[in-house]
Write a protein that binds this ligand. Structure first.
Ligand SMILES: [Fe+2]
Ligand SMILES: [Fe+2]
Length: 318
């Protein structure tokens, strides 16, 4: 293709995005668009899968049958989210094996929030309330993103995330209306999960190199700092209802802006966890790689069975 032809295709492509048309897997797209989407959607898929680990840790210890059923359903939803998103990524021309390999070798990232431990039952409440709450804010905009398979997956995912957020908040509400010990447990979980939740929106806009291009492709509708502010404004009144305190001495409603002002995030901690030195990075990777290796006999058996069936078909046909 000549340079002029490529320029022409690019112009048509940008115009389609500007008109809010969906880009489908077989449509022409710039290579950078394809690579950015492979990176972002697979990172999202990995986050759903690794995100099952901190909560899976509590399924056997949930305090009642009702809590166990809700948590089990939630963790299964996350597995489903991972699978839709891996499928959406595969439509861009990368195999599931390659995607897993990128995760297992540490080449691909996943949300750093899942590198924190879930040490008490209240953490399950805090994760649903804060982590799924932050995820919804990040993800609602993606329901109208330009790449069709991603946008369609996100519609269903967001519906399920709102159930996750409510089941978490309800756990917190129950604990906060319980004994002083239970309320203290809820406060302790908020203390530990608040800052990592704010980090889920990523680096400050000034330190976020992909933002501009992503906004153009509607892969992002708002910047990291705008989304973070929205999360703070939405979540602080919910903490007030619970009667527990957000662990930030600088947090204050600003009547002039109509938003909450809040303190500085510990960016050293953020980058440490991103680079693989968080409290549970090693444990999470060992769990994922171990599950992949222990599952190899299932994959091999399924392949052998499929080959046997194919041979039978050929034999019948001849
Ligand atoms: Fe999810
Ligand atoms: Fe979720």
């Amino acid at each position: 293709m000549s340079e002029k032809e490529v320029k022409n295709l690019e112009a048509i492509f940008e115009a389609r995005i500007a008109r809010d048309e969906k880009i489908e897997p077989k449509d022409w797209m710039p290579e950078k668009y394809r690579q950015t989407h492979i990176r972002q959607i697979s990172q999202h898929a990995h986050s759903e899968i690794v995100g099952m680990l901190p909560e899976g840790n509590w399924i056997t210890r949930a305090p009642s049958l009702r809590r166990k059923a809700a948590l089990l359903a939630k963790v299964q939803d996350e597995a489903g989210h991972g699978l839709y998103l891996y499928s959406a990524t595969e439509t861009l021309g990368i195999s599931r094996e390659e995607l897993f390999d990128q995760l297992h070798s540490g080449k691909a990232k996943y949300s750093s929030i899942f590198n924190y431990p879930s040490v008490t039952w209240a953490d399950i409440g805090a994760i649903g309330w804060l982590v799924d709450g932050a995820a919804i804010i990040n993800q609602v905009a993606l329901c109208t993103t330009s790449f069709g398979p991603y946008a369609r997956a996100m519609v269903r995912i967001c519906k399920e995330e709102s159930f996750h957020q409510r089941q978490g908040y309800e756990i917190m509400l129950t604990l906060c209306n319980g004994t002083p010990e239970q309320k203290a447990m809820a406060q302790d979980a908020l203390n530990r999960w608040w800052w990592p939740s704010l980090m889920m929106f990523g680096p400050r806009d000034a330190d976020s190199p992909h933002t501009e291009q992503s906004m153009k492709w509607k892969l992002k509708r708002k910047t990291n700092d705008e989304l973070r502010q929205q999360f703070v404004d939405q979540t602080v009144p919910q903490a007030d209802i619970l009667g527990i305190t957000v662990p930030d001495p600088d947090l204050k409603f600003n009547p002039e802006t109509g938003h909450y002002d809040f303190g500085e995030i510990d960016w050293d901690e953020f980058w440490q966890v991103v680079k693989g030195h968080g409290p549970c990075n090693k444990e999470r990777m060992e769990a994922r790689v171990g599950a992949w290796e222990r599952g190899s006999w299932v994959r091999e058996a399924a392949m052998a069975y499929a080959e046997k069936q194919a041979k039978k078909k050929v034999a019948k046909a001849s």
